[in-house]
Design a protein around this ligand. Structure first.
Ligand SMILES: Cc1cc2nc3c(=O)[nH]c(=O)nc-3n(C[C@H](O)[C@H](O)[C@H](O)COP(=O)(O)OP(=O)(O)OC[C@H]3O[C@@H](n4cnc5c(N)ncnc54)[C@H](O)[C@@H]3O)c2cc1C
Ligand code: FES
Length: 366
């Protein structure tokens, strides 16, 4: 028995020493020399010393890949097609890639280290993502943990975005800048500003940084990113479902759509827990008066928690129940969902029962 424990201990010790040695030699001893990064068959080529991640090498050269988790390998947003030179697929990538993607050479840019000349393919829209500087113009507390933060753009002074897209804020983290995704809540026609709706995550680096900003403070971000695409067919209804700070892209889409197509049918659902989590309801009621085909439905999942809540006369229960109640079966619709994963999954099931197919349903889980 003692011998067995000893053997396990020695093996673990050897393994640990080897791992540490590998990490040290990778960091301090490995010398990959100068490597070439070729984008879109020679349309852009740059050189840098090997050993960094593809994501960082591109960032240094002002090519901004979506990286919502900041390079931790958990969001799967940083997919790029590697034609050659990417080395074998790593275990840290397999959870985010389908078999078909792996076969097609898709890799996670934050996990691929450039060690030799590498050739990649990037879509044009990624190459048009820019870095912005902006100044805080106003801040509004929407609930006890959610703030609306408005930024005036400094350089460039204008942003073009599709409704529902997001930016990545550069926030000072411990020892390095971290990048976090935030959906744009201002409509597409407000080109000189960006509005964000940010929930404070206790201990969270970027949300604490954003909640600590004051009027006049300067921030940097890149964008726009995201694959939400509105159909131009005005006969297709728009279904918007947001939970908590998932209100951000939903608000952008509602205002952008109604300004462009005032007669288009838009149903906006918002899921919250209690009346303390409600915001923007009054301004949406005003919007309902202005646009006869716009309807807003707020649903509270825990409405009887205190006296004030008992006065709530709106919908109750999880928001997917309201979607089920108000959305007609078979209506030609496109849906945009933002919020926590269980909400997205429950709403998606309801939408499919109503006749929507996968290509009609766009979502960001956060
Ligand atoms: C496409 C996209 C759009 C987004 N849009 C918005 C938006 O409009 N508004 C907004 O507020 N957020 C949004 N997010 C989430 C945002 O990017 C950050 O993940 C969030 O603000 C936390 O970052 P942080 O740096 O403060 O926390 P971190 O420093 O990354 O995390 C600190 C700790 O909190 C945990 N944690 C991280 N995120 C959450 C969370 N959401 N809830 C609970 N615990 C968490 C982590 O596991 C960790 O333990 C979006 C995310 C994506 C992918
Ligand atoms: S940046 Fe999130 S997986 Fe690569």
């Amino acid at each position: 028995m003692v011998t067995a424990f000893l053997a396990v201990g020695v093996t673990t010790g050897v393994f640990l020493v080897l791992s540490v040695w590998l990490l040290i030699s990778e960091k301090y001893l490995a010398n990959y020399g100068s490597v070439k990064v070729d984008i879109n068959q020679g349309s852009t080529i740059f050189e840098r010393t090997g050993g960094v991640t593809l994501l960082n090498a591109l960032y240094e050269n002002k090519i901004f890949i979506p990286s919502a988790c900041g390079g931790k390998g958990s969001c799967g947003y940083c997919k790029v097609k590697v034609v050659s030179g990417g080395g074998p697929i790593l275990p840290t990538e397999t959870g985010s890639l389908t078999r078909a993607e792996m076969k097609a050479g898709i890799r996670l840019a934050c996990q691929v280290k450039i060690k030799e000349d590498i050739s990649i393919v990037l879509p044009e829209e990624i190459l048009s993502v820019k870095q912005f500087r902006a100044r805080v113009s106003s801040i509004l507390s929407l609930t006890y943990d959610i703030k609306e933060i408005n930024f005036a753009l400094i350089d460039p002074v204008e942003i073009e975005h599709h409704p529902g897209q997001y930016i990545q804020v550069e926030a000072p983290g411990p020892g390095e800048i971290v990048h976090r995704a935030y959906s744009i809540s201002s409509p597409t026609y407000e080109k000189n500003k960006i509005q964000l709706i940010v929930r404070l995550v206790p201990g969270g680096i970027a949300s604490t940084y954003l909640h600590g900003l004051k009027e006049g403070d300067e921030v940097a971000f890149t964008g726009p990113y995201g694959e939400f695409r509105l159909s131009e067919d005005i006969n297709r209804n728009i279904v918007l479902v947001g939970g908590g700070c998932g209100m951000a892209p939903v608000k952008d889409i509602a205002y952008s759509v109604l300004e462009k197509w005032p007669a288009r049918k838009v149903l906006l659902f918002f899921g919250a827990r209690t009346t303390k989590d409600i915001f923007y309801l009054d301004q949406y009621r005003e919007l309902e008066k202005k646009y006869q085909n716009f309807k807003v439905i707020y649903a509270l999942s825990d409405p009887l928690a205190d006296e004030e809540q008992k006065k709530w006369t709106g919908e109750t229960g999880f928001v997917h129940l309201s979607v089920d109640k108000y959305l007609d079966k078979g209506a030609q619709s496109q849906a945009f969902l933002c919020g926590p994963p269980p909400m997205i999954e429950a709403v998606t099931d309801v939408l499919k029962e109503k006749g929507l197919v996968n290509v009609d349903i766009f979502y960001d889980k956060f």
